[in-house]
Design a protein around this ligand. Structure first.
Ligand SMILES: Nc1ncnc2c1ncn2[C@@H]1O[C@H](COP(=O)(O)OP(=O)(O)OP(=O)(O)O)[C@@H](O)[C@H]1O
Length: 254
């Protein structure tokens, strides 16, 4: 699965994006870039607008103001939610290959489903139905389904939050390794600072009033091995934690 864009190339740019829902301003003046082969983590307290921002990126929600510039590319987006949302009457293989049945994905090689099932350790259960597999396996199927359309960008809304800590850590490590090796572009919503530190090259903290409170660029440890970076990581973790708490205390603006 080779990305259509070059590593580092701009996949999309949000310029001064705002979203209102009823009387409430949920996002305000959001400007950020999504670059090919990088992971962007959206952090923030509950209600900060993380999922709303992801829905703007998936195209499910039109911004009330500002613009999204994808450089003229018709971006293919692979989405994974907190719940795997598998069809119970389809097998693991059929669920994973679902996106390939759409006309827009006719150019994607069907063998990609095999490759992803193998990569995600699902080959042994490929003929099982959703209710016959574990939660961790189901979330892997959701990941396979999103990746099987060879997306330009992977959009993840807390995809590992319902998993046990061991499975979560395993999938985080897997995803980071694949992103590094294969150049997958990813935007991920998370509550979890450690998850952001393991996965992301850039961390954006949404604060009060739906504005960006802080942003950090970062080299995830697993990219180069842990050598020498744990002190820096602990420092960054403390800094993010402090900013997170400060942002949570700021008054909201309508
Ligand atoms: N369909 C909707 N109609 C009106 N307001 C909404 C709707 N969905 C979300 N909101 C409001 O938008 C704000 C941001 O919600 P959003 O779900 O984006 O936050 P979040 O940071 O993802 O929260 P969480 O971490 O709890 O999932 C909240 O105040 C929420 O009440």
């Amino acid at each position: 699965m080779t990305p259509r864009l070059r590593t580092g190339q701009l996949v999309a740019q949000l310029i001064d994006v705002s979203v209102r829902r009823g009387d409430k301003r949920v996002l305000d003046g959001i400007s950020l870039s999504i670059n090919c082969g990088r992971v962007l983590a959206l952090l923030g307290q509950s209600g900060a607008g993380k999922s709303t921002l992801l829905h703007v990126l998936t195209g499910e929600l039109a911004p009330s103001g500002g613009e999204i510039d994808s450089g003229g590319h018709d971006l293919k987006k692979g989405t994974v939610h907190q719940a795997p949302l598998l069809f119970p009457w389809l097998t693991v293989r059929e669920n994973a290959g679902l996106g390939q049945t759409y006309a827009a994905n006719k150019d994607v090689p069907p063998e990609l489903v095999d490759e992803l099932l193998e990569l995600l350790g699902l080959t042994a259960v490929e003929n099982s139905y959703a209710e016959e597999i574990s939660g961790g396996q189901a979330q892997r199927v959701a990941l396979a389904r999103a990746l099987a359309i060879a997306p330009d960008v992977l959009l993840l809304d807390e995809p590992f939050s319902a998993l046990d800590p061991l499975t979560r850590a395993e999938l985080q490590t897997w995803l980071r390794r694949q992103v590094t090796e294969r150049g997958w572009t990813t935007v991920m919503v998370t509550h979890d600072i450690d998850e952001a530190l393991v996965l992301a090259d850039e961390i954006v903290l949404l604060g009060a009033g739906g504005r960006i409170a802080h942003r950090w660029t970062h080299r995830p440890e697993s990219q180069d091995g842990p050598s020498g970076s744990s002190a820096g990581r602990a420092e960054l973790r403390a800094e993010i934690q402090a900013a997170y708490h400060t942002a949570a205390k700021e008054p909201d603006h309508v």
